[in-house]
Design a protein around this ligand. Structure first.
Ligand code: ATP
Ligand code: MG
Length: 396
């Protein structure tokens, strides 16, 4: 692959690089942004690697944030207070399957050597426009190969998260995992038990969001053995039942929805992965359903909305993905919601105390309100104080 002569590095990043270089340090752009730029997707989030130590970086810039000091990363804030990560060249002294103890005072090449995959181990000098690609990452990108830097077995033993990162990058960019790297992944999956649930969740969520091909991602999680350890409920055959693109395209994919679509017991899965309560609640509501209203008429849709509450939007999305098109009742849902039809007991034009004034007491109050709501769902025009009091008197 021929490297572009220059990359459009944002001025704010150039300024940070100039400050470092003028103070006598090296400053290189590194990491995912270069990979993405080589793939024709330049973005603004260029990380810098430098020979300056974290202390030296903090001394050079007025506004900094200690974002990852333990690993040598200082956040440098530009004039607009946007943060740019500046990380000291480092090598791993010891690793424990996830975290490394790092040492500074090494060269760019050492820093690139500790990175996970060749496509992520490329450097570009933003001022001199030089490239460094000691592991052939650009060629791997061109050939569509994901390859570990160095001895793959050792690299996965150092940090088992790299296994899940490999699956994610392969599915995101449509890369084939190089045979030795794949063999090492298969051999190392038992180490995945050492990862924290949160890291696994992040990878599964990012994976579902970014995969160019969801079947590839699901296939890789299954065939690598990662699913057997962390997602035994994953059922790849469920994907086959879904219509093909465009509805399965990133980045609009919602990880909670896809966990529900692809897994048995998605609520159990999300609990294991320590998803947020909001995410677990969404999955619970999606599973509870009902998946759709009994008809596309307004009354049926209002009754359904009253049952599913906030889950309606997710349920429309699920129905759309499953059938490959917007369901015929989705238009009614939008109309009813836009009009603000009453859908809950608290939307009623009377309250429990009105019923108490009519002599109702105890659980009957709730029962009558529910029956009134039923009638209002049939016919929202009934939702006036007078009409409801008349109806209530008949029910007392
Ligand atoms: P993304 O688009 O997902 O952010 P990225 O390549 O930028 O992709 P990051 O997690 O942001 O990924 O990490 C930035 C860089 O740091 C990577 O490109 C890689 O060089 C290095 N890196 C990150 N995590 C690891 C790891 N676990 N082991 C080795 N190197 C890593
Ligand atoms: Mg990144």
């Amino acid at each position: 692959m021929r490297f572009p002569a220059t990359l459009p590095i944002p001025e704010e990043v150039l300024e940070i690089a100039r400050t470092l270089e003028q103070a006598g340090y090296e400053a290189w752009c590194v990491g995912g942004a270069l990979r993405d730029a080589l793939l024709g997707d330049p973005h603004s989030d260029y990380d810098l690697a430098t020979s300056a130590t974290p202390d030296e970086v903090q001394a050079l810039f007025r506004r900094t944030a200690a974002v990852g000091l333990k690993y040598g990363t200082v956040g440098v804030l530009d004039r607009r207070r946007t943060m740019h990560e500046v990380t000291t060249f480092r090598r791993d002294v010891s690793t424990d399957g996830r975290h490394a103890v790092v040492a500074y005072g090494v060269a760019l090449e050492d820093d690139l050597a500790r990175r996970d995959f060749t496509i992520n181990a490329i450097a570009y000098h933003p001022l001199r426009h030089e490239w460094r690609d000691p592991f052939g990452g650009a060629e791997d990108l061109e050939r569509g190969v994901l390859r570990a830097v160095g001895d793959p077995a050792q690299r996965f033993r150092e940090d088992y998260l790299r296994i899940l990162r490999a699956l994610r990058f392969a599915a995101r960019f449509g890369l084939a995992i190089e045979p030795a790297t794949w063999k090492a992944i298969r051999a190392a999956t038992s180490g995945l038990t050492q990862l924290s649930a949160e890291r696994v969740r992040d990878e599964w969520f990012k994976g579902t969001k970014t995969a160019r091909s969801l079947p590839d991602l699901v296939g890789l999680w299954s065939s690598s053995g990662a699913a057997a350890i962390w997602l035994p409920e994953l059922e790849p055959e469920r994907l086959a039942a879904l219509p093909s693109p465009p509805l399965l395209q990133p980045p609009a994919r919602d990880p909670v929805i896809f966990t529900v679509l692809l897994c048995r017991d998605p609520v159990g899965v999300l609990r294991r992965l320590k998803a947020s309560n909001a995410e677990i609640d969404r999955a619970t509501a999606l599973v509870a359903g009902p998946l759709s209203p009994v008809g596309a008429d307004e009354s049926a849709v209002r009754h359904w909305l009253a049952m599913v509450g906030k889950a309606s939007e997710d349920l429309v999305t699920v129905a759309t993905i499953r059938s490959g098109r917007l369901p015929d009742w989705a238009g009614t849902v939008r109309r009813v919601q836009e009009r603000g039809d009453p859908l809950t007991r608290s939307d009623l034009a009377i309250t429990g105390s009105d019923l108490v004034s009519l002599g109702v007491s105890g659980p009957r109050v709730g029962e009558i309100l529910t029956r009134l709501l039923d009638q209002v769902l049939e016919n929202p025009a009934l939702n006036t104080r007078d009409a409801l009091l008349t109806l209530a008197r008949e029910l007392v």
